[in-house]
Design a protein around this ligand. Structure first.
Ligand SMILES: *Cc1c(COP(=O)(O)O)cnc(C)c1O
Length: 385
């Protein structure tokens, strides 16, 4: 391999054994949960599936670390397992967390419902307004937590400012990079301490498994792995095999999703029946200028509102032939939802309105279909709206 291979090459070759076991080109599934031990093996080093130390898990971790540009990585049984295990590793009772005020629903609920019981305190901040963050720092602040691109208005956090702020105040910076992914942005080389992902989404990319990833420095990931071993949110070898297979085409899939979202956002922004399009790749998006400095692509997610409101949104869903009406994201098939009914249904109508998540907001996860076909599908469905 070239000294500094590109992500397309890493996706295929990083972490692979050459020759593989028995000469296999594909790393096999070691489905065994348990392995023979030497008498003085330390607990965390015993080969056992929950301890994240079996051959298939170690293989997957190497591949993930290479893709993230991190010293180490560990896979988890879900994105939420990655997030909660990371926070459990970094925070103890009495500690304080600064966290972006627009978050994935599960993360928001974990913090608001569980922090008090765990003895953690937290302050929500606007991830687009770095000048407001210092006021949130207390002597017990340990962590700043953001999402690269936040659902559903596709607001992009001030990532370089988060890195600088964390360094200045001695905090650990954590980012949920699920919406951007390592093809569009690699937080660890950019200076973040920890990156977490829901690998259920574009890392796997085929809507057929649930997994998470935590990546960062070797010492920190070792601490995370110890906590993961205790809490037990480990990833089994079989979904781990599927995830590694999905990762090999990550760059191809994400580039296609970027292109499809760009084409659809451009088409929709010019359509007379469309009131608003939220996609950071559009020059009209509030975060376009600053996001363009660090994102190499703007991802496959966009949201929109039609001039005809909720009725028009329902008519659009009825008229579309390609996207499935379903939540989640990042798969090869396009998916369309109304966040007020799915990802943000748990919020009150007032809280949703305050965050710009109106009842008629439509969210689209672009798959890898041909852009022309997606645009034609929307063109046709919008005629019936
Ligand atoms: C889906 C998602 C999660 C949670 O991931 P699971 O794999 O469902 O546990 C966390 N963060 C973001 C941004 C997500 O989209």
């Amino acid at each position: 391999m070239h000294d500094d291979p590109r992500i397309e090459t890493l996706a295929v070759h990083a972490g692979e054994q050459r020759p593989g076991p028995e000469g296999s080109v594909v790393y096999p599934i070691y489905q065994a949960t348990v392995y023979s031990v030497e008498p003085d093996t330390a607990y965390d080093d015993m080969k056992y599936m929950r301890l994240n130390s079996t051959p298939s898990q170690v293989y997957l971790h190497g591949k993930l670390a290479a893709l993230e540009g991190a010293e180490a990585a560990v896979a988890t049984s879900s994105g939420m397992a990655a997030i909660t295990t990371t926070l459990h590793t970094l925070l103890k009772a009495g500690d304080h967390l600064i966290v972006a005020d627009v978050l994935y629903g599960g993360t928001h609920d974990f913090i608001t419902e569980r922090a008090e019981a765990l003895g953690w305190s937290y302050t929500f901040v606007d991830a687009q307004r770095p000048e407001t963050w210092a006021a949130a720092v207390t002597p017990r602040t340990r962590v700043i937590y953001v999402e690269t691109i936040a659902n559903p208005l596709m607001r992009v956090a001030r990532m370089p400012e988060v890195v600088d702020f964390a360094r200045e105040h001695g905090l650990t910076s954590v980012v949920d990079n699920t919406f951007a992914g390592p093809v569009n942005y690699r937080p660890i080389p950019a200076g973040f301490d920890v990156v977490v992902h829901s690998a259920t989404k574009s890392l796997n990319g085929h809507s057929d498994l649930t997994a998470g990833v935590i990546a960062g420095g070797a010492e920190l990931v070792e601490r995370v792995r110890h906590i993961l071993n205790l809490y037990g949110g480990s990833l089994d070898a079989h979904p781990g095999f599927l995830l590694a297979r999905g990762l090999k085409t990550l760059a191809l899939r994400v580039r296609a999703q970027n292109e499809n979202a760009r084409a659809l956002a451009g088409f929709l922004a010019d359509h007379p029946k469309v009131a608003e399009v939220n996609y950071a790749g559009l020059p009209s998006h509030v975060d376009h200028t600053h996001a363009s400095r660090f994102l190499s692509g703007f991802g496959g997610m966009l949201s929109l509102r039609l001039t005809g409101g909720v009725d028009a949104a329902e008519a659009l869903f009825d008229g579309l032939r390609l996207p499935y009406v379903a939540p989640s994201l990042g798969g090869v098939e396009s998916l369309i939802t109304r966040p007020a009914l799915t990802s943000h249904a748990g919020m009150t109508a007032e809280a949703r309105a305050a965050s710009g998540i109106t009842d008629d907001l439509i969210r689209l996860s672009c798959g890898v279909e041909a852009a022309e076909d997606l645009v034609a599908d929307f063109e046709n469905a919008l005629r019936k709206v």
